[in-house]
Ligand binder design. Structure first.
Ligand SMILES: [Zn+2]
Length: 247
């Protein structure tokens, strides 16, 4: 499977995914995963489940294991559950691809984190709640300061706007679909409420995404596919791709 040493729990989980999907999980290393600060990334490949790790990003073993389980589960969504993936038209640029991938990830992550939680992993890493605490503080300063804050993750203003929106949707998804500890729920709720109040221009889009998710059961491939199509359309990002469920 890899040269990386994993716990028995993670090894068993990865073995299970390989068995169910009929795809080997392959590991790669890269210091640049597209958005600053992330530790692991999933990339679609038809024959195997590709996970790229950024070993320069220091994290606890627990968090690294959780993020490997998380990325492998993206492969499970593709190869077993037949979730949609984008096929890009020729000549679309990399920025466009990154925007599209971020929206796919936003939606899939709600499903992925639920599955890993069911399999005994925490739905979010240790850094999530401290980050949400910081984001609440920043949000109180208004949109301009918020934009500056999220710029640390990407230089691209369009991607940065989508990143802000996806932070809200991920938090909203935790509140809607997860059983959380009371202190976790309280903090995440405070973040969504602060976001609504202080980032009205971004929240407008969040409301529309919430509606789409509520009308389509994103835990089922066909519905998720329809939802992502509507979300791409909302951001006028649907012209350069086709969606496929042949994975
Ligand atoms: Zn993910």
């Amino acid at each position: 499977m890899s040269n990386f040493k994993f716990s028995q729990k993670l090894t068993e989980y990865l073995n299970k995914i390989e068995l169910i999907t009929g795809r080997e999980i392959k590991f790669f290393e890269s210091p640049d995963l597209g958005i600053n600060g992330i530790t692991a990334a999933y990339n679609y490949h038809s024959n195997y489940i590709q996970i790229t790790l950024n070993m320069e990003n220091p994290r606890s073993t627990d968090d690294r294991e959780r993020s490997v389980a998380h990325e492998a589960t993206h492969g499970y969504l593709m190869h077993k559950l037949k979730f949609c993936r984008p096929i890009f038209h020729e000549n679309v640029d990399d920025n466009y691809k990154r925007d599209v991938h971020l929206l796919f990830t936003m939606l899939e992550d709600i499903v992925v984190n639920k599955i890993i939680q069911y399999n005994g992993f925490h739905p979010f890493g240790h850094e999530y709640l401290p980050m949400v605490t910081e984001e609440i503080k920043i949000a109180h300063k208004g949109e301009e300061e918020g934009e500056k804050f999220y710029k640390r993750f990407t230089d691209n203003p369009h991607l940065e706007a989508l990143l802000m929106i996806s932070r809200y949707i991920i938090a909203w998804g935790f509140l809607k679909y997860y059983h959380l500890e009371p202190h976790e729920e309280k903090l995440i709720l405070e973040f969504t409420q602060t976001f609504q109040k202080y980032y009205p221009d971004y929240y407008k889009f969040c409301v529309k995404i919430e509606e789409i998710i509520e009308e389509n059961n994103i835990f089922i491939a066909n519905d998720e596919c329809r939802a992502i199509q509507l979300i791409l359309h909302l951001f006028k990002l649907d012209a350069g791709i086709e969606l496929t469920q042949i994975n």
